[in-house]
Design a protein around this ligand. Structure first.
Ligand SMILES: Nc1ncnc2c1ncn2[C@@H]1O[C@H](COP(=O)(O)OP(=O)(O)OP(=O)(O)O)[C@@H](O)[C@H]1O
Ligand SMILES: [Mg+2]
Length: 255
C-alpha cells in the first residue's frame, strides 16, 4: 500500500501568551491509501483540531502535513480552495446540508461547480444514492428527512467527487444505533469498493470497530494505536474497549 497522508511533528497552539492552549503536542503518523482510520480520545484531547488542521480549516503552529507528496500547510488562496474542493470530502456532525436545496442538488452541487455534464452528474448521484439507500429521499428537502437520512445524504455529498481523503467528525454522533450502523456499513462499503481513505473521529468504540486502525490521542499526543488485522469486528471492538479503559478519563461514560 502506498502512503497518502504524512503527519510530521505537528504542534497547534490556540490563544495568546496570557492564555495558551497546546491542542496538539508533537503528533506524527502516516496514513496509507485505502485505510479506514478511527480517531478516539477524551473530550478536549485535540481530535477536531487534528481534523481541522488536515482539512486546512485551521493552520498548524509548526510541523508538516503532506497529502500525496504536497505540503498542504503551505497552500494559499486559489490553490488552497482547489485542494479543498477536489481532494477532500467532509462529513460534519451537524450535516451542513443546504436547506434550500433538495437532496439531489445538495449531493450534485460540488460536481456542478466543477462543470461536470448533467448526464454524468445524474448517473453518479444515482449510483451513490443506491449505495447509501437514499434513492427515495433525493427529491426531499432537509427539513423533510430524518436525521439518519440527512447524515447519509451528507455522506453522499462528501463522496460524490471521489475525494482522496474523507474526513468525518463524529458522523454518527447524532444518530440512533440503527442509523449509525447503516452509515458505518456504507462508509465501510465505500472504503472497500472505491478505496476511499477515511479518517473518522468518534467517541464510541462501536463506530471505531468498523475501522481498520484506531488511533488514540490523549492531551494532544498519540497515546496508542491498534490495527484490526484479521480480527472480526467483535474481537476488534473488545480490543478497543481495553485501550479506552487504559486511557481513562471521560471516554468511559459514553460506552
Ligand atoms: N478556537 C479555539 N481557541 C482556543 N482553544 C481552543 C479552540 N479550539 C479548541 N481549543 C482547545 O483545544 C483543545 C482541543 O480541542 P478539540 O476541539 O480539538 O478537542 P476534541 O478532542 O475534538 O474534543 P470533543 O470530543 O469535545 O469534540 C481543548 O482544550 C480546547 O479547549
Ligand atoms: Mg471535537
Amino acid at each position: 500500500m502506498n502512503q497518502l497522508l504524512k503527519i510530521e511533528h505537528i504542534v497547534k497552539y490556540y490563544g495568546n501568551r496570557s492564555s495558551l492552549t497546546k491542542a496538539i503536542d508533537d503528533m506524527s503518523f502516516d496514513v496509507n491509501k485505502g485505510e479506514f482510520i478511527a480517531i478516539m480520545g477524551a473530550s478536549g484531547s485535540g481530535k477536531t483540531t487534528l481534523l481541522n488542521c488536515i482539512s486546512t480549516i485551521d493552520r498548524v503552529t509548526s510541523g508538516i502535513i503532506e497529502l500525496d507528496g504536497t505540503n498542504i500547510t503551505d497552500l494559499k488562496g486559489a490553490a488552497l480552495a482547489k485542494f479543498r474542493c477536489e481532494q477532500l470530502g467532509f462529513i460534519f456532525q451537524d450535516f451542513n446540508l443546504l436547506d434550500t436545496l433538495n437532496a439531489y442538488d445538495n449531493i450534485a452541487l460540488a460536481l456542478q461547480i466543477q462543470n461536470v455534464s448533467p448526464a454524468t452528474i445524474n448517473e453518479r448521484v444515482g449510483k451513490m444514492a443506491e449505495k447509501l439507500n437514499i434513492i427515495d429521499v433525493l427529491q426531499k428537502y432537509p427539513y423533510q428527512m430524518s436525521g439518519g437520512q440527512k447524515q447519509r445524504v451528507a455522506c453522499a455529498r462528501a463522496l460524490i467527487t471521489n475525494p482522496k481523503l474523507v474526513l468525518a467528525d463524529e458522523p454518527t454522533g447524532a444518530l440512533d444505533s440503527k442509523s449509525s450502523a447503516m452509515l458505518l456499513e456504507s462508509l465501510n462499503d465505500l472504503n472497500y469498493q472505491l478505496q476511499a481513505t477515511i479518517l473518522m473521529v468518534t467517541h464510541d468504540a462501536f463506530s471505531a470497530s468498523y475501522a481498520n486502525r484506531v488511533i488514540f490521542i490523549k492531551d494532544g499526543k498519540l497515546f496508542d494505536e491498534i490495527r484490526k488485522g484479521d480480527d472480526d469486528r467483535k474481537k476488534f471492538f473488545n480490543k478497543i474497549i481495553d485501550v479506552v479503559s487504559l486511557l481513562g478519563g471521560d471516554l468511559n461514560h459514553v460506552i
